[in-house]
Design a protein around this ligand. Sequence first.
Ligand code: UDP
Ligand code: MG
Length: 313
Amino acid sequence: METISIVVPCYNESDVIKMFYEEVSKVAASIPDSDYELLFVDDGSKDDTIGQIKAFAEQDAHVHYVSFSRNFGKEAALYAGLKNAVGDYVVPMDADLQHPPEYLPEMVRILRTGEYDAVAMRRVDRKGEGKIRAFFSRQFYKFNRKISGVDIVDGATDYRMMTRQVVDSVLSMCEVNRFTKGIFAWVGFRTKWLEYHNVERPAGESKWSFRSLVRYSLDGITAFSTAPLVIASYLGIFFCMLAIVGMIAVVVKTLIWGDPVAGYPTLITVILFIGGVQLCMIGILGQYLSKAYLEIKHRPIYIAREEHTGKHD
Ligand code: UDP
Ligand code: MG
């Protein structure tokens, strides 16, 4: 008999959390030969999310929670959830019912066969998402796959059930800058992919603005690839060669036609261009340096204000 831990990061989800709790409890209770734990991680919500979670916990022993001292972001909430989960199988789920609970029994069934270590869900469409947003998301996954060498499947979500072994491997990656999708892909293991159609939020709103998504994708790139750093070296070599060719051209030209002063605007343009490229490369260096700086501080990934979990250590 296995215990299933359902890990739920929540940030200002008071509009949907009750609906979520009721639906997921129903499905989880229906899975044969298993027990379950619903572990909510309140990511410093400013509304009544934690109040509602506590109310569930009071009358339902399946409900556990961790409450953060402030908003640390979804990645931190996921980490806290995986860390405090006691189950043999652990599955993160969004609180907004965009991860359809009806797949849970199927996931358990697949893991029980022992053929796979994880069952992951892949969204096959982006219905209900803005066209521009969907386009950029797709480009990001393509680009990231190319340069990082980590196979992040397009449409992959955080909705995946993992065995204890996979969860422990994920937790063993203790970086502060956590790009969970990349981490899941990086740890490997035998993963079965199930497909589903996008579900729109029944209530509440997405916490992602376009800007935060751009920041998220840049973080994703720097977290798993150092390829941008290499660009500088290649560009440097390219410009050196260009300069040598230019030098020869100037010498030859002077020898043949003499030395009339000309080309001032060209000179300025070239200086500006090279300067721009250099600043850009220093910027990339800075991105990595700042990441290294934050990692080296060894700050905790989250700070809990309150905990009510199944962990007894
Ligand atoms: N979330 C969180 N902390 C945050 C932002 C989001 O824990 O700072 C949670 C949120 O409550 C939800 C999940 O992460 O359960 C996914 O968020 P959302 O639905 O806003 O993202 P989307 O589905 O639009 O990608
Ligand atoms: Mg959502």
